[in-house]
Design a protein around this ligand. Structure first.
Ligand code: HEM
Ligand code: NAG
Ligand code: NAG
Ligand code: NAG
Ligand code: NAG
Ligand code: NAG
Length: 327
């Protein structure tokens, strides 16, 4: 009975997500009936060769959505015009995922040329990759169309930075229609994956506030000392990688949030989630709830993120090659 009520409440929640109405579940049901199956089969077959790719792929989806909406602009190559692109922007340190998307897209083109967008491909691949590696499921309504423009300057400006404080994070997410709860939940993706020392160590371990030798006081001393002694020892180290959720980086679980309460968030942006009362209350609620509850809530926020400023109808195009616009 209680389960039933929970289910009803969840269903109500799901249907109250402000949808940009044009996306729909199973958009390719008629135009390319096998599309979603092709994506899922490819992911299931290949993700196990490199499960850490799932982390890269969900991150790619996030970055794509935060710059010009979820329109696959993140996949565009530089043109001969020479403008730098999102793909080549600093926050985008891991590039392994591009290949994977290109391979899925070529299967989709073989099945139904010019029908399935690169933007939907990213959204579906990200979801299927997380599910295939033991993480949460979320619904992916489709019908996104691909953008034509990718600018490095915009990516730098729009993608949240690991040194952002709570106010900045809240503002950045709010500008995309995401609230504090979404911020806390989506940051929970840091339960999997890795970071390069260069993304956080200069400021947090080596010269906090620009003062040489000072460690960020908001970081647990033992954790910081260990990182500094054994991992990120020098400035601008772009090679060494660190787990964001040590000991559990392959498992999609709640331990990321437990670490935040122990002041062991890797980025300032992670730790910042404990500096706001509302945000902290959400973290505590998640930790008191079940893994199943976290998965459901995470899924709802992902569904919301996947609808940011989407292009539909006659906007944009359906790219043939994800790395370049059609003409
Ligand atoms: C809240 C603001 C966020 C900031 C400041 C941030 C920042 C970062 C940074 C700096 C890295 C390390 C990248 C590297 O060194 O290779 C990273 C990794 C990652 N981020 Fe975030 N992120 C944020 C939100 C998100 C969201 C919303 C998601 C997905 C829903 C996400 C998923 C990931 C994943 C899975 C990784 C690991 C990537 C890998 O292992 O290749 N992040 N993030
Ligand atoms: C947060 O960061 C922004 C931008 O760096 C800064 O202007 C603001 O003062 C900071 N807010 C707090 C509360 O530290
Ligand atoms: C690290 O890189 C930044 C920018 O690329 C540079 O300004 C800084 O001097 C470098 N620091 C060291 C210690 O090399
Ligand atoms: C924290 O959240 C509360 C409630 O949303 C808000 O009123 C408050 O201004 C936030 N604090 C910061 C530093 O953003
Ligand atoms: C995009 O750039 C990469 C690397 O420069 C190149 O290998 C690839 O062929 C390009 N793709 C397209 C579709 O132009
Ligand atoms: C700062 C940094 O290392 N950025 C990388 C982002 O991705 C490109 C490849 O597209 C790399 O060449 C850059 O080094």
């Amino acid at each position: 009975m209680i389960k039933m009520i929970g289910f009803i409440i969840l269903s109500l929640l799901a249907s109250s997500i402000p949808s940009q109405a044009q996306l729909q579940l199973g958009f390719y049901y008629k135009s390319c009936p096998k599309a979603e199956k092709i994506v899922q089969d490819f992911v299931n077959k290949h993700i196990h060769n490199a499960p850490s790719l799932a982390a890269t792929l969900i991150r790619m989806h996030f970055h794509d959505c935060f710059v010009r909406g979820c329109d696959a602009s993140i996949l565009l190559n530089s043109t001969s015009g020479g403008q730098a692109v999102e793909r080549e922007t600093a926050p985008n340190l891991s590039v392994r995922g591009y290949d994977f998307i290109d391979r899925v897209k070529s299967l989709l083109e073989a099945e139904c040329p010019g029908i399935v967008s690169c933007a939907d491909t990213i959204a579906l691949v990200a979801r299927d990759a997380i599910v295939a590696t033991g993480g949460p499921f979320w619904r992916v309504p489709t019908g996104r169309r691909d953008g034509l423009i990718s600018l490095q300057s915009e990516a730098n400006a729009k993608i949240p930075a690991p040194f952002d404080n709570f106010t900045t994070l809240e503002t950045r997410f709010a500008s995309k229609g995401l609230d504090i709860k979404d911020l806390v939940l989506l940051s929970g993706a840091h339960t999997i994956g890795i970071a390069h020392c260069s993304t956080f160590a200069d400021r947090r371990l080596l010269s906090f506030s620009g003062v040489l030798g000072v460690v960020d006081p908001s970081m647990d001393g033992e954790y910081a000392a260990n990182l500094k002694a054994n991992k990120c020892k020098t400035f601008n180290d772009t090679r060494t990688i660190v787990e964001m959720d040590p000991g559990s980086r392959k498992t999609f679980d709640l331990s990321y949030y437990s670490l935040l309460l122990k002041r062991r968030g890797l980025f300032e942006s992670d730790q910042a989630l404990t500096t706001n009362a509302t945000s902290l209350a959400i973290i505590n609620q998640l930790l008191q709830g079940s893994l199943e509850n976290f998965f459901k809530e995470f899924g709802l926020s992902m569904e919301k993120m996947g609808q940011i400023e989407v292009k539909t109808g006659t906007q944009g195009e359906i790219r043939k090659h994800c790395a370049r616009a059609n003409s």
